[in-house]
Design a protein around this ligand. Structure first.
Ligand SMILES: [Zn+2]
Length: 103
């Protein structure tokens, strides 16, 4: 019946990250908003200090960043924000490269 369901399940994390709507509010800070533009969560992508206000992130990171021993859970909002930043880096690199090629 719902042929899209299985694919969504298999690729759920990526798919979920793609559906996150972000507004940049700082160098490493984004607001997650809903489709109407209403504020939902604040996301930080500072390397090593990633943070999000959503219940999923909070519940999975009870030790938070006090414990520097290992990786902590990154929610879909952080994935999405990091993806946006990686795209921006790619654009920057490409434009620099183009300039070098032209000169
Ligand atoms: Zn989150």
């Amino acid at each position: 019946m719902d042929s899209g369901k299985q694919m969504i399940f298999e690729d759920r994390r990526k798919k979920a990250a793609k559906e996150v709507i972000l507004k940049r509010v700082g160098e490493h800070t984004f607001n997650v908003v809903d489709k109407e533009g209403n504020f939902k969560y604040k996301v930080s992508t500072v390397p090593g200090k990633e943070d999000c206000e959503c219940p999923s992130f909070v519940q999975n990171n009870t030790k938070k960043h006090d414990d520097a021993t290992g990786e902590f859970f990154l929610c879909k909002h952080i994935y999405a924000a990091q993806y946006v930043e990686s795209l921006e880096e790619t654009i920057k690199e490409n434009s620099t490269h183009t300039k070098e090629m032209a000169s």
